[in-house]
Design a protein. Structure first.
Length: 572
């Protein structure tokens, strides 16, 4: 007999009473017992696929989750959803599918859970957009849920130095710049990614993994263990047991994700020198909980948070190194001790952040994480910028950068391909501000990342000599003076659409300024003669995405969120 009252759970609609006989016949067809049918149903969703190493271990880990559910009087029901892997989608039209995939992931999980009336959810994710997509679905559905990350890749080694896929992208720039030959490029590409798992640096996947712990949606210390480690299976097993405890106590995702826990999450992004993409994903997660938390809110927290984790791409270490000194709890402990974290937020353990960290001691004799009293820099690794070129804001990753200001003439391109070709052929000058526009959420459509272009610039030795701004995005692996999420985007007539070659642009990451040296009258004059640029995606999912997607300032979301919700799935 189960200890759970099935009559109050969503799965009662598909498993209890005479009217559910047809549904039960399907369950019996799959070998389920009467006892299993009478237990709570827990969806176990993973983004397993053979598209990339990020996802390849998730099927294995899902089996451990299911075991944890089963041993706690629950009935796991496994299903999968898509991912788009940025490392493979990068540098071509495929990247337009990346951010749109976040919405598809959240939507598909919602539809599967709604259609099959699951009572709880455990979500496993590997690639960049899958992490926020899964967390968004959890908040949208608001059934007891636990998030688990698939784990990072092990670092590659080249000439005695740890490397990541970022080094491969930059090696392409080295090759085009004549710094290395084709044989050396081939050597690097063969050793950079030696195992399963997500990119090892503090790129988007590891950033959002840290966020999942800081929000309280993942069990403590479950995120930084590399994917090949067998310890991942134990974390998965415990996640399965934990979701059943949450069903018993009825602690739901919206009890966990509050304005305070979102601020905690933003703190860990800044403290770890995390990906600028977090400034898109945190507002999108907040939207699912009906909380206003936009780019400016995120940037304000970034500004007041010290940068303390020496992680790639701005620093020297990878996720494996962080795990070996104690993982995300060490980073959270440093922030809590420094007074930068709200310790009263509830988590999936049923305990508060402070309670979870009560036995954590900050490790000495290690160089991966510092205390807040001895930061790498007093300002967070990610900074928000605003001005007449970005009235709705923009974002830049400054972790590891020495130069925080730049002023120079615009070199304007209306697509990433145009910019990449110019960079490849070295058709730009020291001091230029490369402008890539019509790559925003609507204009792309899909808000592409620009890692191929920025890596080529860096690989040519020009990373600290030029700047780049775009209404698109940057990879968490991007380094250099690269400003993304410029809003309003060019497709809706934002100021970035009005820039011309030679206009002088000022970037100041200390004061938080992004401006073009044009008067308001001149901008209005140019706006009157501006004509919208039609993109070539006039059918299919990208067309649909462009019709629905909102501005980057609010997370580039495609629906109104919980603020407009009249009835929550969890209460059916």
């Amino acid at each position: 007999m189960t200890k759970y009252d099935k009559s109050k759970l969503p799965s009662r609609h598909t498993s209890i009473g005479p009217s559910s006989a047809p549904h039960r016949s399907y369950y019996y067809a799959m070998g389920m017992t009467t006892e299993e049918i009478n237990q709570p149903f827990v969806g176990v969703v993973s983004t397993w696929n053979e598209s990339a190493p990020c996802n390849i271990t998730l099927r294995r880990q899902a089996q451990s989750v299911k075991k944890g559910v089963s041993e706690s009087n629950g009935t796991p029901r496994e299903f999968t959803t898509i991912t788009v892997t940025d490392g493979i989608a990068m540098g071509h039209q495929g990247m337009k599918a990346s951010l749109a995939s976040r919405e598809t992931i959240a939507d598909s999980i919602e539809l599967s859970v709604r259609g099959h009336s699951y009572d709880g959810l455990v979500g496993l994710a590997g690639c960049d957009k899958a992490l926020p997509g899964v967390m968004m679905a959890m908040l949208r559905l608001n059934i007891p849920s636990v998030f688990i990350y698939g784990g990072s890749i092990l670092p590659g080694v080249y000439k005695g130095k740890n490397i990541t896929v970022q080094d491969v992208f930059e090696a392409v720039g080295n090759y085009s710049g004549g710094i290395i030959n084709e044989s050396e490029l081939e050597e690097i590409e063969k050793v950079a990614c030696p195992s399963a798992g997500s990119c090892g640096g503090q790129f988007t996947a590891n950033t959002m993994a840290c966020v999942s712990e800081a929000l309280g949606l993942a069990i403590p210390n479950s995120t930084m263990a590399p994917a090949p480690y067998e310890s991942r299976d134990e974390y998965a097993f415990q996640s399965g047991k934990t979701v059943m405890e949450l069903l018993s106590t009825n602690i739901r995702p919206r009890d966990i994700v509050t304005i305070d826990s979102l601020e905690n999450a933003a703190r860990i992004v800044a403290a770890s020198g995390g990906s600028t993409n977090a400034a898109l994903h945190l507002p999108a997660i907040a939207n699912e909980a009906g909380i206003k938390f936009d780019l400016f809110d995120v940037a304000e927290i970034f500004k007041s948070t010290p940068y303390i984790a020496d992680l790639k791409p701005g620093g020297n270490y990878v996720a494996k190194d962080l795990y070996e000194v104690g993982g995300v709890p060490v980073l959270l402990k440093a922030l809590l001790d420094g007074g930068y974290l709200n310790g009263n937020c509830i988590t999936v353990t049923g305990k508060t952040v402070k309670e979870n960290l009560s036995n954590i001691e900050f490790p000495k004799n290690q160089k991966v994480v510092r205390t807040t009293k001895n930061p790498i820099s007093i300002t967070g690794g990610v900074v928000g910028l605003k001005g007449n070129l970005a009235p709705e804001g923009s974002i830049v990753k400054v972790a590891g950068m020495n130069r925080l200001t730049h002023k120079g003439p615009a070199r304007v391109f209306n697509a990433e391909e145009e910019a990449y070709k110019a960079v490849e052929n070295k058709q730009y000058q020291e001091g230029d501000v490369i402008v890539i526009r019509y790559e925003g959420p609507k204009g792309g459509p899909g808000m592409r990342e620009m890692l191929a272009t920025t890596s080529a610039i860096y690989g040519q030795g020009m990373g600290d000599k030029v700047a780049l701004i775009t209404d698109g995005r940057f990879s968490g692996a991007t380094r250099g003076f690269c400003i993304g999420h410029v809003g309003p985007e060019a497709a809706v007539g934002g100021p970035i659409a009005l820039i011309e070659d030679g206009d002088i642009i000022t970037i100041d990451a200390v004061k938080g300024i992004l401006e073009v040296d044009l008067s308001e009258d001149e901008l209005k004059k140019r706006k009157r003669s501006w004509m919208p640029k039609k993109n070539e995606y006039q059918s299919g999912d990208l067309w649909k995405y462009a019709q629905l997607v909102g501005p980057a300032i609010n997370g580039a979301v495609t629906h109104p969120g919980a603020e407009k919700e009249e009835f929550c799935y969890a209460d059916i």
